[in-house]
Design a protein around this ligand. Structure first.
Ligand code: 13P
Length: 253
């Protein structure tokens, strides 16, 4: 049976009070055996969330990490080592918002990937195309290039520790969710691309879909053969919606 990962990326959202309320609800979740859940609060809230969920199976991750794994002179950054120390298990690498608005390129993303792995944080590598790139018809190559440029630097052995999140940029926060056929097509392209390198790696790789996922479309998308979970933005900020999505994933077999 497939094991789904339902991941909530809280982005730059949350106050002390709203995070406290959200976590109190999530702590009560009764998860099906085929569902893992992880949440990605802001750096400010990680410690509180990790402590509050310490008795739950829900994992806590970070939305980013520094490109150096250790502590050091790098003003304003947070290292993978510090994230591990505070209770993180995972870290998002290369979310499209960071690629687009903070100019994070593959070279630095690969360093972050290596930093994460060096302290056993699971990197979730985010990839995806813009609407323009999709319209050009070249989106499959764009996505596999995003993956291969990381593999070329970190090596296939380290890459096998990762999770991939396919997040079409045109679907993020727009309500324009990819159809299950569009998403499955890209997920299969990614899996086939990995299979050309190593079949076991391809078979074991969890590939999440992200972009306007909600409780009405999650079963459709996660029901596809190569979609192994979801990376959820907006809908993960509502305890009711996110809990429902976790429960709906548990109904898929
Ligand atoms: P939305 O679910 O708000 O579209 O965001 C998706 C996303 O970017 C998750 O990382």
């Amino acid at each position: 049976m497939k094991k789904y990962l339902i991941a909530g990326n809280w982005k730059m959202h949350g106050t002390k009070q709203s995070v406290c309320d959200l976590v109190a609800s999530l702590a009560k979740l009764n998860l099906a055996s085929n569902v893992d859940v992880a949440v990605f609060p802001t750096y400010l809230h990680i410690d509180y969330v990790a402590q509050s969920l310490s008795k739950s199976t829900i994992k806590v991750g970070a939305q980013n990490c520094a490109y150096q794994e250790k502590q050091g002179a790098l003003t304003g950054e947070i290292s993978a080592e510090q994230l591990k120390d505070i209770g993180c298990k995972m870290v998002l690498i290369g979310h499209s918002e960071r690629r687009q608005y903070l100019a994070e390129a593959n070279q630095v993303l690969a360093k972050k990937f290596i930093a994460a792995c060096s302290v056993d944080l699971v990197p979730i590598l985010c990839v995806g195309e813009t609407l323009e790139q999709r319209s050009s018809g070249n989106y499959q190559n764009i996505i596999t290039n995003q993956i291969s440029s990381i593999i070329d630097i970190v090596g296939i052995e380290l890459f096998s520790k990762a999770i991939i999140a396919y997040e079409p940029i045109w679907a993020i926060g727009t309500g324009m969710v990819a159809t299950s056929i569009q998403a499955q097509e890209v997920h299969l392209v990614i899996r086939n691309f990995l299979a050309n390198i190593n079949t076991d790696l391809a078979n074991n790789m969890q590939i999440l879909y992200g972009g306007s996922l909600n409780s009405t479309n999650i079963k459709d998308l996660l029901g596809m053969p190569d979609i192994d979970g979801g990376l959820i933005g907006g809908a993960s900020l509502s305890a009711q919606d996110f809990s429902l999505m976790c429960n709906l994933a548990g109904e898929i077999n």
